[in-house]
Design a binder for this molecule. Structure first.
Ligand SMILES: [Zn+2]
Length: 500
């Protein structure tokens, strides 16, 4: 993510809205989906630990060892984000949206593999009325509590078994609003459609998911909107859009693993420019008509930047690049996989360079825990400096010096960027001091080792999940140097570093 007004982040207010959005509609399930004949109850938070499968068929000895999957994936800073007990392989989202009524309806089919013997498991979903849940085609019981949707299949799911859960749901999407320093995110209705950016945990505002970057999956989208509108999702179009009865269906496929917060279905009136980058990669730029004047530039710069990063960071990890400018004044951009989203402004070169660097750092390589966010934002910020130097503007050294000149009591030094704080996740330090950390490292180990490290980091962990200790270990291995003091001073100490 990049903010148009970086460095304005406030400190400290609690993220009271996270995980407990007040507008959640707890829906009773239909009679059909409740084998015991009683409606699913609106249970309390610990309902996820409640009883075994309701099916009379599930009383085998094996089922006695089945346990509920955890209601969180294990990120201590965001304890209810994501879920435990399974790993998603693929999402198929068949969704229709009508801007005039703000009505979203459809089904999500989720193919997953159990990582324990599951009596029940959770999905993250905020709001909506769920009408039906099936597991491998059989009706399943479900309960809602806050943003947790607990699914109890008719029969328990053995460890390592694959299964498919299908959720039918409908309602008015409610984005997450006014959470401290995160702004408004998730599925955001706009005048002519929607602006959809999920970081850090807004996928739950439009589809049921394992909403944490530690569980990446492939995606297929079938998005139906009123004719005349364009629905944009990740990856590439599958076939031509089809219009039937005044509604057009767009099918998109992202065949590479993707974190849930990077999924999008931004829709509305768009002018679209498609082709290839000079390097031969598919390129798609789309702008709301009020940004007509910036379409060509967005397309050209995105193509140029993607090609240049491919020489510096290694081959582009996905099958297409581009960018989307919508008219919702988010004031930020998000690195949605293959299609960065710019909210309400024509992006300058630096922000385009930032979001496209994220395709390597953040999208292909995703963080296992949010506290390591500098691995995304520090790298993307340093990429802005690299682009500036590449274009003959300020050099990385000049930009480093300019930032290092901040007084010893400047806020950037009191926030240690190697440990992003949940209540102030997108602090300027995570970006700028994170970027400075890379420059300090580069000074210490020299250009050949530094750029070899970047390429090897990207190649080793392609499509995977990463942590800060893994990066430090690789930096030490490639450079042959003990870098503990350097990383301690730059990443983990709440004062101005004096050495590098
Ligand atoms: Zn960013």
């Amino acid at each position: 993510m990049a903010s148009k007004r970086l460095a304005t982040t406030a400190t400290a207010a609690l993220l009271s809205t996270l995980g407990t959005i007040g507008t959640v509609a707890c829906a009773a399930s239909s009679g059909e989906s409740v084998p015991a004949g009683s409606p699913a109850v609106n249970s309390t938070a610990n309902s996820t630990l409640s009883g075994p499968s309701a099916s009379p068929l599930s009383s085998s000895a094996a089922d006695n060892r089945a346990r509920p999957g955890a209601p969180g994936i294990g990120d201590p800073d965001f304890p209810t984000d994501g879920n435990g007990g399974y790993d998603v392989d693929h999402y198929l989202l068949k969704l229709g949206y009508t801007p005039s009524s703000k009505h979203l309806a459809g089904t999500a089919r989720i193919e997953a593999r159990a990582t324990q013997h599951l009596a029940s498991f959770n999905l993250d979903l905020s709001g909506f009325t769920v009408s039906r849940v099936t597991v491998d085609g059989r009706p399943a019981r479900f309960d809602r509590a806050g943003s947790e949707l607990t699914v109890t299949p008719a029969e328990s799911i053995p460890d390592d078994a694959t299964f498919a859960v299908e959720v039918a749901y409908a309602g008015e999407p409610k984005p997450v609003r006014n959470s401290s320093n995160l702004g408004t995110y998730g599925f955001i209705p706009t005048r002519d459609g929607a602006f959809v950016t999920g970081q850090p945990n807004g996928a739950k505002t439009w589809f049921p998911s394992n909403d944490h970057p530690a569980d990446k999956a492939r995606y297929d989208f079938e998005l139906t909107v009123p004719a005349g509108l364009t629905a944009l999702a990740n990856g590439e179009l599958v076939g031509e859009p089809r219009t039937v009865g005044g509604r057009t269906t767009f099918r998109w496929r992202e065949s590479h693993p993707m974190a849930s917060y990077l999924a999008t279905m931004t829709l509305g009136r768009f002018e679209v420019l498609q082709g290839k980058t000079p390097g031969g990669l598919k390129n798609l730029a789309a702008v709301d008509p009020i940004f007509h004047g910036s379409l060509r530039r967005l397309y050209d710069v995105s193509g140029k930047v993607t090609d240049y990063w491919s020489t510096l960071f290694g081959p582009y990890p996905f099958s297409s690049t581009g960018g989307v400018v919508d008219d919702f004044p988010a004031g930020y951009a998000l690195e949605n996989q293959t299609k960065p989203m710019y909210g309400g402004f024509a992006p300058d070169d630096d922000i385009i360079a930032h979001e496209l660097a994220h395709q390597w750092f953040g999208d292909s390589l995703s963080i296992k825990r949010w506290k390591d966010l500098w691995l995304n934002e520090g790298f993307a910020t340093y990429a802005e400096w690299l682009w500036s130097e590449h274009e003959g503007r300020s050099t990385t050294e000049q930009l480093f010096r300019r930032n290092y000149a901040a007084a010893a009591d400047a806020p950037i030094w009191s926030y240690a960027p190697g440990r992003a704080r949940p209540e102030d996740l997108f602090n300027n330090s995570v970006y700028t001091r994170g970027g400075m950390t890379l420059h300090a490292l580069r000074q210490r180990i020299g250009d050949p080792a530094f750029f070899r490290l970047l390429k090897q980091w990207v190649a080793t962990h392609k499509y995977g999940s990463v942590t800060t200790p893994e990066f430090i270990a690789m930096a030490e291995k490639i450079s042959g140097k003990n870098l503990e003091a350097l990383f301690d001073a730059w990443l983990f100490t709440a004062e101005k570093p004096s050495t590098w």
